[in-house]
Design a protein. Structure first.
Length: 284
């Protein structure tokens, strides 16, 4: 039976002439029409990246995976197919600052973010009301002294039980263990101020204010065992002047953090981000 629909195809393969032609020929044989496509050849790694939006009578992920398997094997390519309008299930972790969580919940509720927020977890109770007002399950997972490993295990249990494909650290002020980072490899995004490494430790906005910074910003990146060193997905900045008060910097910074995090989550959910070593390739 022919199944019509829209499908996203992602592919990475060793760079060589003709690989796009080989794959598109196989797709055309299955009745697929390319609605849009983005490609990039990374000279550093000699790897070619492809993201295509496919439509047509034969655009079904399982069917296309089977049909293109011989070509993928020939090209030594990692090829994956996804239903284009399928919302990605995610879990959001938060501590006491709710600006990023609030932004994600609002965009999700408005239908402007292609995700399904399956749960929110927190080591504090402050965000329970906001979360439950949106009819999202809230899991309070406090970190008791000597029980960090158990608390982290419960967090990973929530991710597994919900079928979440992504854990979003929306100002979650706990450092994940190397084991957790390995379990969530490529499936965990964090947001932090772009002052790192210049203003490390507590109260970065206070430090930045005392130094008279002229730019503030934020960075969204994948989480790795090396703290705040994971592949960067998105960054943004906002210019400030000497007249900015500390509270102005904090307010401006939180707006940038929320915006940068939502972009990173969107691009990940839309299968636009490829991790390549210590960096990312983002195909629009």
């Amino acid at each position: 039976m022919m199944v019509g629909g829209d499908v996203i195809m992602t592919m990475r393969a060793p760079d060589r002439p003709g690989l796009v032609a080989d794959m598109t020929t196989a797709l055309a044989a299955e009745g697929c029409d390319i609605r849009d496509a983005a490609v990039f050849g990374d000279r550093d790694t000699r790897t070619f990246f492809v993201r295509m939006h496919l439509a047509g009578a034969g655009a079904d992920p399982a069917r296309l995976a089977a049909a293109t398997s011989p070509v993928a094997s020939k090209l030594r390519a990692d090829v994956r197919f996804y239903t284009q309008r399928e919302a990605m299930p995610i879990v959001v972790a938060v501590s006491r600052f709710g600006h990023c969580l609030s932004d994600l919940l609002h965009r999700w509720a408005a239908g402007s973010l292609p995700v399904e927020i399956a749960a929110v977890v927190s080591n504090h109770e402050e965000m329970r009301g906001l979360t439950e007002w949106h009819d999202v399950p809230f899991h309070y997972l406090p970190v008791a002294e000597g029980e960090k490993r158990e608390q982290e295990r419960r967090l990973l249990d929530v991710v597994a039980a919900t079928g979440a494909e992504l854990l979003v650290l929306a100002r979650y002020m706990q450092v994940l263990s190397p084991d957790a980072c390995a379990a969530l490899d490529g499936r965990c995004i964090n947001i932090h101020h772009s002052f790192l490494p210049s203003f490390v430790g507590a109260k970065p906005y206070h430090q930045a204010h005392l130094r008279g910074v002229k730019l503030i910003g934020a960075t969204a990146h994948y989480v790795t065992a090396e703290l705040d060193q994971g592949p960067i997905i998105e960054q943004d900045v906002r210019r400030v002047t000497h007249a900015a008060l500390l509270e102005d910097l904090i307010a401006e910074g939180r707006e940038v953090e929320a915006r940068v995090l939502s972009r990173a989550v969107r691009w990940h959910a839309e299968r636009r981000v490829f991790i390549s070593g210590h960096k990312t390739i983002i195909l629009s």
